[in-house]
Design a protein around this ligand. Structure first.
Ligand SMILES: Nc1ncnc2c1ncn2[C@@H]1O[C@H](COP(=O)(O)OP(=O)(O)OP(=O)(O)O)[C@@H](O)[C@H]1O
Length: 609
């Protein structure tokens, strides 16, 4: 057997092997080739601009623009610019050496000139080769801005051999001619091409012309200073992003350059109580090149409901998702955006409470989602998150505490918040609560069951109960209890009668001393059980109890004359008839009487009239 000798060395890479890999796997999405080539053309234009501003180019800049042309017959796509161009030497250096980025080199070279890399897109030195994802042959025809430079033609058919030759070209700049491969002819469609250009290049900083029309807005508002912008500018830009969207409520202009670079505008849309039907998304850009609208790892979950753009050269773009999640910058960006959004909301709350309240039906969803999912956001939001009661009045948490402190503190010194999820359906319970001067909050959005859970954990000494979760005396338990007029024997007797007429196996029947003006029979749903079912329903899961029958409590008011009547009656039939009628009325008021049961109830009632 051969023995192993310790040695060190370099791995060798053969271009002929690596090239097909680059071609095939550089980007999963082939349409990216256009983004890359147009970005290069934009870079070339930005560079000549910079050179002129540094005094290193004294010729005419001309009308800097990138032109994309489609020739269906020749099966070519040509991307032309009048940027810096390349000399034969530069082609050899930047193009022939794969993964040697001229962009990075340019930035290095001029980094002392102040602006640094501002406006230059490329940095990996691979983008050009994405052309081979769709082209079988690529030609570069280019003339450098340098005085006396000769135009050059470069051609390579995707093998590792290239050809360079002199050529005639009048103007400074570069034409990249792609001879589209048979399997990529889909890109020879005008519609498709315009679609890709608009998707990636809508806000590129240099004019992009396709079929004689400029397709982009080179100076989108996020590149400008907020001081130079009016509300109309922000609204107009929103329309530009989402032509079919309804006007947003307000917006935040993001602008940070330390410890990372990020600019952008985030809009708060009208949400109308639903997360699902949301099509418009935040768009992520890097130096005005569209990257994606999947911003999952960069924007905190709850803020993905916002609209707008974020532009950051510091977000690693061509790397895998798992890397993105671990990236320190991404985490910081996340935190920054959360903070900015919270600050903005607090500012509006403080400066315009009335306006804030008006918008709260829409922004409440963000705020509550944020409170549930992000502790840092909660720390700020607890001062401006609003609660709304059945009278339409708004309270902060602190204001609400003051508001209900006197009436709704129970014997354990806990504040009991009462709420309704449906003012119409739970009206009888709301009315009863009001009779005792209890306040009832409205919690009717998809997120409220989660929101309530979160609040109970975060706020001290509160318990939150739906207004029909129990009889009022049990909801807000006080030290002093009402006396029962009915003796305990009679209570037992009435209970048995009701058990006899109950058709539900899961109904739990109890007798309770309630005020006389309360209903004789009250059906309630235990808070805990109901909340579990609600949460499961809102998260779209099937109930873990399957089709288990609804659990509810039937409370008999031992102080009500009709219950007294049952206890006092000697006729079993009369007792049963009255009990059944009262039971059905209670079911009816909770919307639980339907089908055959409802029909029988109505017939029975009619026959007694
Ligand atoms: N249209 C062009 N005009 C002038 N120079 C160009 C043009 N296209 C490419 N180059 C030169 O070729 C180099 C390599 O381009 P390539 O797209 O492969 O990489 P990059 O732009 O530096 O980085 P990235 O991979 O991020 O795009 C560029 O940096 C630039 O110097």
């Amino acid at each position: 057997m051969e023995s192993v000798i310790q040695e060190k060395g370099n791995l060798s890479i053969h271009t002929e092997n690596i090239f097909p890999i680059i071609k095939k796997f550089l980007y999963s999405d082939h349409e990216i080739f256009l983004r890359e080539l147009v970005s290069n053309a934009v870079d070339a234009s930005q560079k000549i601009k910079k050179l002129a501003s540094y005094g290193e180019y004294n010729g005419e800049l001309g009308d800097l623009k990138v032109v994309v042309k489609l020739d269906k017959d020749a099966k070519t796509i040509t991307i032309s610019d009048n940027g810096i161009g390349m000399t034969a030497e530069e082609i050899k250096k930047y193009i022939n050496q794969i993964a040697f980025s001229g962009a990075t080199e340019f930035v290095e070279q001029y980094k002392d000139k102040g602006e640094g890399d501002k406006g230059i897109i490329g940095h990996f030195g691979l983008g050009f080769y994405s052309a081979y994802m769709v082209a079988e042959n690529v030609e570069i025809i280019t003339k450098s801005y340098k005085e006396g430079a000769e135009a050059v033609r470069w051609e390579c058919d995707g093998s590792t051999e290239f050809e360079i030759s002199p050529i005639e070209k009048a103007e400074r700049g570069t034409d990249i001619i792609l001879h589209i491969a048979a399997d990529s002819e889909e890109f020879l469609d005008e519609h498709r091409l315009r679609g890709i250009l608009e998707k990636y290049g809508k806000f590129l900083p240099i004019e992009i012309e396709f079929e004689d029309k400029v397709i982009n807005n080179p100076s989108p508002i996020w590149t400008k200073s907020p001081a130079d912008l009016t509300d109309e500018d922000y609204l107009a830009f929103y329309k530009e992003l989402y032509p079919f969207g309804e006007d947003p409520l307000f917006w935040i202009h993001l602008n940070v350059d330390y410890p990372f670079n990020l600019t952008g505008v985030l809009y708060f849309p009208k949400l109308r109580n639903d997360f699902q039907g949301q099509r418009e998304k935040i768009q992520l850009y890097s130096r005005q090149v569209f990257i994606t609208d999947e911003v999952k790892d960069i924007v905190p979950d709850f803020l993905q409901l916002l609209h707008g753009v974020i532009d950051s050269p510091d977000i690693p773009l061509n790397v895998s998702r798992s890397y993105l999640q671990a990236d320190g910058n991404v985490k910081k960006i996340n935190g920054y955006i959360t903070r900015k959004v919270a600050d903005k909301l607090l500012e509006i709350f403080k400066n315009d409470r009335e306006g804030f309240e008006k918008k709260f039906d829409d922004i409440g969803l963000f705020v509550k989602y944020g409170i549930i999912s992000d502790d840092k956001f909660y720390d700020k939001a607890k001062d401006f998150c609003l609660l709304k009661n059945t009278e339409g009045k708004f309270f902060t948490f602190e204001e609400y505490r003051e508001h209900i402190k006197e009436n709704q503190t129970d014997k354990n010194d806990s504040l009991v918040w009462l709420y309704t999820t449906d003012e119409k359906k739970q009206d009888a319970f709301i009315q009863s609560a009001k009779k005792r001067s209890y306040d009832v909050l409205v919690m009717n959005t998809v997120i409220d069951s989660h929101f309530i859970n979160a609040l109970e954990q975060k706020l001290e000494k509160i318990s939150v109960k739906r207004v029909d979760a129990d009889t009022l005396d049990k909801l807000v338990e006080k030290e002093v209890k009402l006396e029962s007029i009915l003796s305990s024997d009679d209570q037992e007797k009435v209970k048995k009668v009701f058990e006899g007429v109950s058709e539900s196996k899961t109904a739990h029947i109890t007798v309770e001393a309630m005020p006389v003006d309360e209903l004789p029979v009250v059906i309630t749903f235990p808070e805990f059980m109901r909340r579990m079912t609600d949460m499961q329903a809102s998260s779209g899961q099937r109930s873990m109890f399957g089709d288990m029958p609804l659990m509810y409590t039937v409370s008999l008011n031992s102080n009500h004359p009709l219950i007294g009547k049952i206890a006092g009656s000697d006729s079993e039939d009369d007792q049963k008839a009255l009990a059944k009628q009262l039971y059905d009325l209670a079911l009816l008021s909770q919307g639980l009487l339907s089908g055959n049961d409802l029909t029988r109830f109505i017939q029975r009632t009619v026959s007694t009239l």
